[in-house]
Design a protein around this ligand. Sequence first.
Ligand SMILES: *Cc1c(COP(=O)(O)O)cnc(C)c1O
Length: 375
Amino acid sequence: MRKIQMVDTKTQYLAIKDQVDAAIQEVLDSASYINGKSVKDFTQHLANYLKVDYVIPCANGTDALQIAMMALGLKPGDEVITPSFTYIATTEVVGLLGLTPVFVDVDPVTYCMDVESLKKAITPKTKAIVPVHLYGQAAPMEEIMEIAKANNLFVIEDNAQAIGCDYTFSNGVTKKTGTIGHIGATSFYPSKNLGAFGDGGALFTNDKALADKMAMIANHGQSERYYHDVVGCNSRLDSIQAAVLNIKLQHLDEYSKARQAVAKFYSDAFVSIPQIVTPAIAKYTTHVFHQYTMQVKGIDREKLIAHLAAKDIPCMIYYPVPGHLQKMFGGEQNQHLYLPVTNQLTPVVCSLPIHTEMDAEQLGYIVEGVQSFFK
Ligand SMILES: *Cc1c(COP(=O)(O)O)cnc(C)c1O
């Protein structure tokens, strides 16, 4: 049996090696490593795939979030509402720009931003909401957009874990996550659902003025060569990464299906284990399963992890410390914040290996490994 890994980017590469190698060779032959043809092609193909007007490439997902907040003109003191239960990048950039993160709770079923918690967190200083499509399913965007509109707030979707996910509005209209808010931000980190062979990121918007501003900020605030209108940063997607992504984008839907099949296999196998809460999918969204995150209740999670580790089955905690309790935001001082679902989920979540190249033998072995713990 092939070694079981949380993600297996090597086997995925080997399956499309000829295509990828040829695309990389083309960049090498062109010697156009920055802003080459592959970057323009990829951004156009991604815009077509997402059905969004503008895709602005950048260096990574964290930069994408930062550039989005800079483009919206957020100023120190402005409050930005984000879930505490997310990867740190979402909230870190809020702190980096001197903005004030306001942590809200998540829904216990979807692990995404809780609408009631969001409503309560809005103050006169609130400027933006950053919902995260955590683990690969959409936050409740229709409600979030209504709340944003009523309160004159910007919405930046953190789509780093959900590229390819579809959100369906109550009127039946379906849109890709990341294209619903004012701006969507994503990451092409190698382990993401659409992963490069290095770092990468992108921004999405249907607003031309915002698109121009974000492109300018990502390029040293430059309007024309050597004329710099605003303070920006240096954040580029290089041509080799774009070439790889161009190939992988063609496979993204089949990759999502492969992940969904793994998730279904796990969930079907665990229905008879009462201590496991398998991931649920909200009615309004598809789930592209960046992670398969279950909750384990009434057992010692560390013992389960050790039991699996002894069988060479990796298993990860995403994330062991919620944002509001990270030292960078005051740590223990934030203990008083009322985030009951976040605090309840953190000690019980547990993510199993999920990727596009898992075979039946590996899946059977993992399921047996988990089941044997509960016997
Ligand atoms: C990965 C990730 C990011 C950051 O992306 P990088 O490319 O690593 O900077 C941001 N938000 C979420 C939810 C992520 O999972």
